[in-house]
Write a protein that binds this ligand. Structure first.
Ligand code: ADP
Ligand code: MG
Length: 688
């Protein structure tokens, strides 16, 4: 921003949004596009042609020379192939052209994207199809067109297609339930998402010296610094100038692209930060989160920093997640998860709340699978927020309301407490929900916060499962209510909610999700505790999962199996690369440092005890490395994808831990100048 510009001037300045379309498109064309965006109606080619021309003119005026279909293949990243607007005439002159056909459809070669066996190599063609519901934007001189990516046979090869299908499924199921409840004005229901993004910032020069960060995004070894997060002095702490300058620049870049970046602060771990956007419709929110991650990396680089999005870059301090705040709202402007003043009397709210509770309990294992990634295993299976067991926190007041429904008793509202504090402070009454930081799925006032997704991956998966599972729970409700006469509606609803709650209240838990007692209690309640990705995957291909996704038209059986394979392959490949990286780092770089130090020590001939400790560590490293190498080779040979992932998890990761134990022990004895890479202390505390 220049000095006399405000955020309002730059916000969405690079976006071909509704305002621009209204300004630039002929009235009927604008209406047709608007209709397509709202209701998904097919766009006629002549309409697309007019939109394309207008888009091209706007893009050229704003400095773009190329366009690209922007899509989200199963790599979890985004993909793009740029074409210039240039076209040559017969007489050799050039024109800038962009047709409706080019706007709505692309044909990238799909053979090098993961398809999990869906697309045999002889049919390499894939199609990208314009998603008019997510606005086009200009970035680095290119017009970006959000698209879905499908195979020649029409199967989804990306994350957007099933997300859009799941939103449609929830819309269909929710609207008919709302109509039964008497809310006949509602035509469309949308899911909303605000995903808080956690990340680490480290000095770029130091980052470049660490092969583990470079190849794997996380440190594979490194002794703890004398200080970690125990002082609790980083959370919400004063922003360091370098970090503040980065955040300032990041906000501006995101605003230009129409990404509503709103909140920024330091997180719990040293060098860890968070960005939260204003929530949007879930399709756009997912696109915008992908953009946010990309822009974060780019802006960090410009500031001499590296942005780490991995779920667990450092051992011994918190990892990073992506809290998926989620709600459902109507086209009449109502948030269906807003309890209002008297939640106990708010039937619509209770129906939707209990639908979510039902969905999460019924499909907890699939929801867990949706957030499985090699990086996230270090959070969910490890000892940090949140635990791998899915439970729901609703807060005290709602818990009382739900208890009274399940028990058939009368709900008695407790007096609202006033907050303590000095007289000069405003009188703030307490929220209906207190904060519970350990719950994986928490009701936070008028939305649910799903805290399990990892920081590095697209939140599409989590939302696909959430939307579809809630659609299914709403269908269950619809079936109970559809033929009930008006005069019996109220009693039928009460009975139905009581019955649903009785069946699913085991998922409700307001206590401490970290305690051992909870693990034991959860087991007694029959809740899943799926610690790793290989543990979580079988649920995804279970009959229950296939029934759910096929019934709602979100994923076909073939698509489910292909995704299953992609998840497992990605897991094994990731750990394979980690193993090779660790082997190289230790064998070549670290041992060189260790041996050099030993040699110097021996020259001086002092401190036999230190020499003996270092020699022990060197021996330990050699032995554990040998085992790691052999086990990694064996794992690579395994042909069954599920078994292979299990071997990487149970054997290779454990071997890596063993190597690390010796290396970290030695590192804590070796002076910095002998170490081939920056230490935890230097990485986490050197930014000013
Ligand atoms: P906290 O850190 O306490 O969870 P934040 O304010 O950092 O709270 O984040 C809350 C997130 O929830 C924001 O991204 C916000 O836009 C989002 N949010 C608020 N209301 C809704 C809603 N109805 N649907 C989806 N997300 C929402
Ligand atoms: Mg949060």
């Amino acid at each position: 921003m220049t000095q006399n510009q405000t955020p309002m001037d730059v916000y969405a300045s690079c976006v071909f949004n509704d305002t621009i379309m209204r300004e630039r498109l002929p009235k009927e064309i604008y209406k047709a596009v608007h209709e397509t965006i709202l209701n998904g109606t097919q766009l006629e080619l002549d309409v697309a042609n007019t939109v394309a021309t207008s888009m091209k003119e706007w893009a050229l005026e704003n400095g773009a020379t190329h366009f690209t279909h922007w899509f989200q293949p199963m790599t979890g990243l985004t993909a793009e192939k740029h074409d210039s607007f240039l076209s040559q005439e017969a007489d050799g002159s050039v024109l800038m052209e962009f047709s409706g056909k080019e706007l709505v459809k692309g044909e990238p070669d799909a053979s090098s994207f993961p398809s999990g066996g869906l697309r045999a190599t002889f049919e390499a063609r894939g199609y990208t199809a314009w998603d008019p519901s997510s606005p086009c934007f200009i970035k680095d001189g290119t017009l970006y067109i959000p698209t879905a990516f499908i195979s020649y046979g029409g199967e989804a090869l990306d994350k957007k297609t099933p997300l859009l299908r799941s939103m449609e499924a929830l819309n269909n199921s929710a609207v008919r339930v709302l109509h039964l409840l008497g809310d006949t004005k509602v035509k469309h229901v949308n899911t909303t998402v605000g995903s808080e993004q956690e990340y680490f910032l480290v000095d770029k020069a130091k980052y470049l010296k660490r092969k583990d960060l470079l190849f794997c995004g996380r440190t594979l070894m490194g002794a703890s610094a004398p200080k970690g997060q125990e002082m609790e002095d980083h959370y919400f702490g004063v922003l360091k100038p370098k970090v503040s300058a980065f955040m300032h620049d990041l906000d501006e870049e995101l605003w230009k692209l129409g990404v509503p970046a709103k909140t920024k602060h330091n997180e719990v771990a040293p060098a860890q930060h968070e960005l939260a956007p204003v929530f949007e419709n879930s399709n756009i929110a997912v696109d915008h989160n992908q953009l946010t991650m990309e822009v974060m990396k780019k802006v960090a680089d410009r500031h001499g920093l590296s942005c780490l999005l991995h779920e667990k870059p450092f051992e011994g301090i918190n990892g990073s997640g992506k809290h998926n705040n989620w709600s459902i709202s109507t086209d009449t402007g109502e948030n269906l998860l807003n309890p209002g003043k008297n939640p106990d009397e708010n039937t619509k709210f209770l129906v939707f709340l209990i639908a979510v509770i039902t969905a999460v309990d019924e499909y907890a294992d699939i929801l867990r699978q949706s957030v499985a990634s090699p990086g996230n295993d270090h959070r969910l299976g490890g000892n940090e927020a949140p635990p791998a067991i899915i439970s729901i926190f609703v807060g005290d007041e709602l818990a009382d309301v739900l208890d009274s429904i399940a028990g058939g008793t009368v709900f008695v509202k407790k007096e609202k407490q006033e907050m303590g504090g000095a007289k000069v402070l405003a009188n703030i009454t307490k929220d209906t929900t207190d904060r519970n930081r350990t719950s994986p799925f928490a009701f936070t006032g008028n939305k649910f916060e799903f805290r399990m997704p990892g920081s590095a991956v697209s939140v599409a998966n989590a939302n696909i499962v959430l939307n579809t599972a809630v659609a299914e729970a709403l269908d269950e409700i619809y079936d109970v209510l559809k033929d009930v006469p008006a005069d019996q509606m109220e009693t039928t609803i009460s009975g139905m909610l009581k019955d649903m709650l009785t069946r699913h209240k085991r998922i409700l838990f307001n206590g401490n999700g970290y305690s051992d007692e909870w693990v034991a209690e959860a087991e007694k309640r029959g809740l899943h505790n799926l610690k790793s990705l290989p543990d979580a995957m079988p649920a995804f291909i279970s009959d229950k999962s296939i029934d759910l996704f096929t019934k709602h038209g979100v994923l076909t059986k073939e698509e489910i199996f292909s995704r299953y394979e992609i998840f497992l392959e990605n897991y094994s490949k990731t750990i394979h690369i980690e193993s090779l990286t660790l082997q190289e780092m230790v064998k070549k770089d670290f041992m060189y440092g260790l041996v050099s130090y030993l040699k110097d020590l021996k020259c001086v001939g002092i401190d036999d005890e230190l020499i003996a400790s270092l020699e022990d560590a060197a021996k330990g490293i050699r032995e554990t490395l040998k085992k790691l190498k052999a086990d990694t080779e064996k794992a690579e040979e395994e042909t069954d994808v599920q078994k292979q992932a299990e071997v990487y998890e149970a054997v290779v990761l454990k071997d890596m831990d063993e190597v690390r134990k010796y290396a970290d022990e030695a590192e804590s004895l070796i002076p910095d100048q002998y170490l081939p890479y920056p230490t935890y202390g230097q990485l986490l505390f050197s930014l000013r």
